[in-house]
Ligand binder design. Structure first.
Ligand code: UP6
Length: 275
């Protein structure tokens, strides 16, 4: 699938969230997802307003906002429609089925009501997908599994990654792809598995043009490495775009978003070009 265009893949995807994301990517010529990890809602919305026209997906950790209230979600929804981007809550669920049902649908955040896409660790086994799917499928949501993490020393390697892909393969109606650093189709498949037409979106965090890491184990690769060399579909960029995320300078954020959008799109064009 990585040699097909986002449009070609959108036509074949059965899951609505995946289809919509691929369509937006092609339409806006953007495979950039900005990760807005800031603690004040003013900075949060200043960043989203600035990057809105340039991103296909906006990723949040909603629980780091110090002044969260229900109006945040209303505004987020409005901006998602105005600028045409999907919302990805990077919740990284990691509990048993019955608990994640509550965490996904209840509490203060009611993530399932507004996040088109969320994600989960594979560590509890298939029951985590069963739980999340019971809430997410009726709402046309999509789930991403963490198959590989970007941080130094991550345990998400080898047979763990293979098992995560097998779990996804068994629930392709709901699991639309992975947080990973490489393509995942066919990984861990046996001869009897039907993997024809398998198309998993690969969303890659750990992307930076100016740094190779941070002081806490984050590791960065460039959009060229991530999209062209490794075949990932979406680049997730946080601090590379907004720096510290305090007293945000909207012009600088816009400049960096355009720079990452251009780099990500160029790497994609290079990947799918037909000779
Ligand atoms: N993230 C990673 N690596 C993973 C999974 N998720 O960095 O394997 C998330 C982080 C953060 C963002 O939780 O929100 O992606 C990366 O931000 P940064 O670009 O500022 O490093």
């Amino acid at each position: 699938p990585h040699l097909q265009t986002y449009n070609e893949r959108a036509k074949k995807h059965a899951n609505k969230a995946a289809k919509a994301l691929l369509e937006i990517m092609e339409e806006k010529q953007s495979n950039l997802s900005v990760s807005v990890d800031v603690t004040k809602s003013k900075d949060f919305f200043d960043i989203i307003e600035a990057v809105g026209p340039h991103v296909c997906l906006r990723k949040t950790h909603i629980d780091v906002l110090e002044d969260f209230d229900a109006t945040v979600i209303d505004r987020l929804r409005e901006l998602s429609e105005k600028h045409k981007f999907l919302i990805f809550e990077d919740r990284k669920f990691a509990d048993i089925g019955s608990t994640v049902v509550l965490q996904y649908s209840k509490g203060i955040y009611k993530i399932a009501d507004w996040a088109h896409i969320t994600n989960a660790h594979a560590v509890p086994g298939p029951s985590i997908i069963t739980g999340l799917a019971s809430v997410g499928i009726p709402k046309d949501r999509g789930l991403i599994l963490l198959a590989e993490m970007s941080s130094k020393g991550a345990l998400t390697t080898g047979s763990y990654t293979e098992d995560a892909v097998r779990m996804a393969r068994a629930r392709r109606d709901f699991v639309i792809g992975f947080i990973a650093q490489h393509r995942m189709e066919g990984i861990g498949a046996s001869d009897t598995d039907n993997i024809a037409g398998e198309d998993f979106l690969v969303l890659a965090p750990g992307v930076g043009l100016d740094a190779t890491g941070d002081a806490m184990g984050q590791q960065y690769r460039t959009p060229e490495q991530v999209v062209f060399e490794s075949g990932c579909d979406v680049i997730i960029v946080g601090r590379g775009i907004y720096g510290k995320g305090e007293n945000v300078d909207a012009r600088e954020v816009l400049k960096q978003a355009q720079r990452y959008q251009a780099a990500g799109w160029e790497a994609y064009k290079k990947r799918v070009q037909r000779t």
